[in-house]
Design a protein around this ligand. Structure first.
Ligand SMILES: Cc1cc2nc3c(=O)[nH]c(=O)nc-3n(C[C@H](O)[C@H](O)[C@H](O)COP(=O)(O)OP(=O)(O)OC[C@H]3O[C@@H](n4cnc5c(N)ncnc54)[C@H](O)[C@@H]3O)c2cc1C
Length: 445
């Protein structure tokens, strides 16, 4: 009997658990390396938190609506997928803040995540008051290293610029963008912030420098037709390469070389599938620090409104972030038709707004919040269609090196830029020559 040459062995099948963006990107990269790949997805559709709904005949993003342009990684990836000519920029208008005192004001012109470049600027004083603004100025007098080793954005801003700037300005912006308080946002989630603080010896000047490097309006971009068209493109790619995506297959347990599927019936024998396993779904791996793999819920309300000249004038630019302690329940509002010209064209005069919530809202609550935030009367009969969508989002976890590679926001951090870059880097590591036939030997990133 002859022993087969290892070089000629067909690559073992790789099971990718989860068909969110992380799983789809990873599957594509692995198949490009010549592996046999199979994707197992619990729900009846791919894309996870990148999804669309149809409302009043409009296809609208119901999850992620944009990607961060920082570093150019997503753009470069979209170019590879042949989507370069579909990339669109948002309207270059300021976002607004519904401040703690209830007034709605433009966000400071030169700021990053609400951190102001110039604490004494009029648009900062309008939100945090004169006393809070003067405390912020202390930042310019402190030596650069002060606060630079603090672990979170909240701790850093509080140390250098004080409580008022943190709670009244930075917290609503961070909560609107990252769905978390700045005290829970690692400084590493804002690449370059500490580096520029040390270079400029001031947080305000660091922000000014970072805004020069990334002028307003260029921080995010999207795709014509919506971010969900990225899922269509990735599925078309997997189809082209013959990668099966199996829907309605919920994985209950993961092991390095097999998965156990959740049984549909309690008395049924659980099905086991063999192959190298890569996890791209939350909740399947226990965090190394013993904490539970928490998922938090985010709720979105989407409203399509009848044409109205007052709304067409985009009274609050592209949208409004909401400070805590006001009568408005929503955490943020995006005026979708003001932000994206392609949606505006498709809506043909109708207006689209989307509001985010910590608890599921009624559509009536969403209408009232939209009125308060946009400063425009929106009678009930002007609401043409509405839908509330609930998302479960994985908290970030620490993982041990137990041999099972993991991708996705639970390890990469929130956002398409982080998730796509991490999935590609993971695939590259799995494809490194030493591991070519043994992805399970890889350590978890
Ligand atoms: C409302 C909202 C707005 C957002 N806006 C933006 C934005 O504008 N820009 C941006 O960059 N990011 C945004 N994000 C975040 C971004 O969408 C996510 O970070 C990213 O899509 C996460 O991708 P993922 O593949 O890691 O996870 P997910 O999208 O959660 O995918 C995980 C997949 O695994 C499947 N799965 C789960 N459990 C199992 C199991 N046991 N077995 C098999 N399959 C399983 C799920 O069904 C899902 O398909 C937003 C998120 C939400 C909810």
């Amino acid at each position: 009997m002859t022993t087969p040459d290892p070089a000629e062995r067909p690559p073992a099948e790789t099971l990718v658990v989860g068909a969110g963006i992380a799983g789809l990107v990873l599957a594509r990269e692995l198949v490009l390396q010549g592996r046999q790949v199979r994707v197992l997805e619990a729900s009846d559709r791919a894309g996870g938190q990148v999804a669309s709904v149809e409302l009043d005949g409009l296809r609208l993003d119901a999850g992620a609506e944009a990607f961060a342009t920082r570093g150019g990684t997503v753009r470069e990836y979209l170019e590879r997928l042949g989507l370069a000519d579909r990339i669109i920029a948002p309207r270059d208008a300021p976002a607004w803040l519904h401040a703690a005192e209830g007034q709605t004001v433009p966000l400071p012109a030169v700021s990053l995540l609400g951190i102001p470049a110039a604490p004494l600027a009029d648009d900062v004083v309008a939100v945090v008051g004169r006393r809070g603004a003067w405390r912020g100025l202390l930042d310019a007098l402190l030596p650069g290293p002060v606060g630079s080793r603090l672990p979170t954005v909240g701790a850093l801003v509080r140390r250098r610029m004080g409580d008022a700037i943190l709670e009244k300005l930075v917290a609503p912006v961070v909560e609107g963008i990252h769905s978390t308080h700045p005290d829970d946002l690692p400084v590493t989630a804002v690449p370059g912030l500490v580096h520029n603080l040390l270079r400029e010896n001031s947080l305000g000047r660091a922000v000014a420098r970072m805004r020069i490097d990334a002028p307003a309006g260029s921080l995010v971009a999207s795709l014509e037709g919506g971010m969900a068209t990225l899922v269509d493109a990735l599925l078309a790619e997997l189809d082209r390469f013959g990668v099966p995506v199996e829907y309605g297959v919920r994985v209950a347990e993961v092991h390095a070389d097999h998965v156990v599927l959740a049984s549909e019936r309690d008395d049924a024998e659980p099905e086991v599938r063999h192959g190298h396993v890569v996890v791209a779904a939350p909740g399947l791996v226990d965090p190394a620090d013993g904490s539970s793999a928490v998922q938090t819920a985010t709720h979105l309300a989407l409203l399509v409104l009848a044409p109205d000249p007052a709304l067409a004038a985009a009274p609050r630019g592209t949208g409004v972030l909401v400070a805590r302690g006001t009568s408005v329940v929503a955490r943020a509002l995006t005026h979708v038709t003001a932000k994206w010209a392609t949606v505006r064209a498709a809506a043909d005069g109708r207006e689209v707004v989307r509001l985010s919530y910590e608890r599921p809202p009624s559509l009536e609550q969403a209408r009232l919040d939209a009125e308060a935030l946009l400063g425009v009367s929106i009678p009930s009969d002007r609401v043409l269609a509405g839908e509330v969508v609930t998302w479960l989002r994985a908290a970030r976890i620490a993982v041990t090196d137990d041999g099972i590679p993991i991708v996705g926001e639970q390890v990469a951090g929130t956002g398409l830029a982080a998730v796509i870059a991490h999935a590609r880097a993971t695939a590259e590591r799995l494809g490194a020559p030493d591991d070519a036939d043994s992805p399970t030997k890889e350590s978890t990133p």
